[in-house]
Design a protein around this ligand. Sequence first.
Ligand SMILES: Cc1ncc(CN)c(N)n1
Length: 221
Amino acid sequence: MEGDGGTAAAWMATHRGMYERATRHPFTVSIRDGSVDLAAFKRWLGQDYMFVREFVAFLASVLLKCCKESDSSDMETILGGLASLSDELSWFKKEAAKWSVDLAGISPLSSNMEYCRFLQSLDDPEISYTVAITTFWIIETVYQDSFAFCIEEGNKTPAELLGTCQRWGSPEFKQYCQSLQRIADRCLANAPPDVVKSAEEAFLRVLKLEIGFWDMSSSLS
Ligand SMILES: Cc1ncc(CN)c(N)n1
């Protein structure tokens, strides 16, 4: 996903350490090497279901900003992402039933709440489309990169977790993330310096929140 000369790839290189902490976290690495604690996996599953419900509202706000601030075809890309969250919520419900995770009885843990509060803060009309779309791109990219690693050559991912890894690690999802990256790069290339600075801060904030989310899932926090 890197190496295309845009701002997004440049940030991934500049903040390589943080990016790798988010995408090669001990939790996802333990899925890849087969040593994953299934209690941690179930915790992640329940918490991520709650997160994705909040993510729907976030993406709706990105779509709204797109409609107001951009006259391009971005709308269709974002709408496609929003529509696929409907499938994703159904997938979480099916997966939760498979693992006997009671979604109705789950309360969001503090790292999850912090992440959701951050997403809610971007709903503010003062936050530009550029910042919002950059945030959307990096959120999806962390999952894509993390789970693609779990199905790359040499993995010992348990068979019952392969479906989860393929959901975000598939070539199709990688292409989707690349289309988001192109949109983010185009917006960043046309944005004033203060907006680019805010977008970079949001990029870094997401990496920290993703690390916190994995830590929470593995009970490291
Ligand atoms: C915490 C988190 N980050 C990203 C994704 C991918 N949409 C997710 N489901 N959950």
